[in-house]
Ligand binder design. Sequence first.
Ligand code: PAF
Length: 300
Amino acid sequence: MMRRVTTIAETRAALAGLRRGGRTVGLVPTMGALHDGHLSLVRASRDRCDVTVVSVFVNPTQFGPGEDLDSYPRDLDADAALLESAGADLLFAPDASEMYAEGAETRVEPGSISTVLCGASRPGHFAGVATVVVKLLGITLPDFAFFGEKDYQQLKVIERVVRDLDMPVRVMGCPIVRDEDGLALSSRNRYLNAGERVSARVLSRALRRLCERIARGEIDACELTRALADEVSGEPGVRLEYAAIVDAETLAPLGRLTSPGRALVAARVGRTRLIDNVAVGPVPAKADAAVVPLSWRSPA
Ligand code: PAF
């Protein structure tokens, strides 16, 4: 039976009991409006950890002026029902005054990795994300934390913050979950009307075509980026924000696809901002089997 709590104190007390006997804890941070992508993170946590805690918090500090903070979909009861059936153990759903105490001023400011791509058009966004994620890690002290690769830059920013701040948690990136027509699942897909939903397919289609060109041997990243940008911006009703092929870790632009890279796109479909991405170039060696938990606790 999943427990539902709203305060930091309740969360800490519940987790102190749940992790007794050395049980490992997985954290899945979310902003709610859950879909199968989020549930795949819960499954990944359950596969790897003894206890899964999910946070649902629409974090105001990562929204800029004029963004969709007020209209962001919220349905905590529906989220709780999904999490219960997915087998989560604890749902932490604080309100903003619980997460940001009166007078709190400290912010986590990630470095240059947070100012490119989405960070260029959403100034302060990744500082908001990093701050709330560091707080959630401090509240739940998980062994593993799970994030979707759909928000690829967010994943890389969080990996960087955790590394730079020596936080004893393993950050786990999980594959994008897509609808049958290729559209990457996102809580914001709910904003799309039927026509926009069709136009939105261009993001995944253009990324798929890009992969086909790469499979045929093309490695000029500038040429490939231009083709990606042309295809997305050629779709009626779609306004390209950026198309880029970057180093998979540093997010610096790549000239030639001779090392692991990531192709990313962001575009507005009507008023909805959508993002998508895919791995490109040589596949990096997978060290996953060797992943062992770190621990906030002192060694036994
Ligand atoms: O990806 C999200 O849903 C949010 O950015 C996160 C990581 C929960 C922080 O608010």
